[in-house]
Design a protein around this ligand. Sequence first.
Ligand SMILES: Cc1cc2nc3c(=O)[nH]c(=O)nc-3n(C[C@H](O)[C@H](O)[C@H](O)COP(=O)(O)O)c2cc1C
Length: 177
Amino acid sequence: MSELFAVGVSGSNRPESMTKKLVSLILEEAKKLEAKTELIDLAEENFPLYDEDIELNKKQKELLESIEKADVLVLGSPEFHGTLTGRMKNFIDFFPYNKEPSKLCFFVSSAGSRHGGMQTINAFKTIASNLNYFSHPTSLTVGAKETAEGKITDEAVLKRINKIASEIIKWGKKFRK
Ligand SMILES: Cc1cc2nc3c(=O)[nH]c(=O)nc-3n(C[C@H](O)[C@H](O)[C@H](O)COP(=O)(O)O)c2cc1C
C-alpha cells in the first residue's frame, strides 16, 4: 500500500501565523512517522472568491488536486469572531464533495483569548459533515494561555501535536479509500 498522504492547510493571513506553525508541526511529526505531507498556506495563495465558473490558475488547480488526493486533511484556522476565517471558508468552498463518506479530517485553531478556538473547531466539524468527510475527535486549540510572543509556552501543546500525528497514521490508514 502506498504512503499515507496528509495535507495541511493554514487559513491565517499572517506570515508569522501561529496556526501555520501548529499545522506545520503536526505535518512534520506525521512525516517522521511515515506519511507523505504537504502544507498549503493560504496567506501565500490568494484564492479568488468562490464562483462555479471561475478559472483558477495552474498552481491553484494543483493545490485542489492535492486536497482531492489527500487521505487525511489537517485544517487550521485562527478564530475570527467565533468561527473560521473567511479565507479558509472560501478555500473550503472549492473542495470536492465526497459521494461516499471518506477523508479523515483533523482541526486546529489559534485564538487570541485564553480559552478560544473551540467554536472554530465546531464550525469545521459542521462543514466537514456537509462535505461527507470524517472528523477525528482529537483537535488542537491554542489560545493566549499557551503562547507568548508567537511561541508555544505550554508543554501540553507539544504532546497534543505528537498525539495528533500518531492518530493521523493510525486512523488515516483505516479511513482511506
Ligand atoms: C477579525 C478578527 C477577529 C477575531 N476574533 C477572535 C475571536 O472571536 N476569539 C478569539 O479568541 N480571538 C479572536 N481574534 C484573535 C485571533 O484569533 C488570534 O490573534 C489568532 O491567534 C491569530 O492566529 P494566527 O497567528 O494564525 O494568524 C480575532 C482576530 C481578528 C483579526
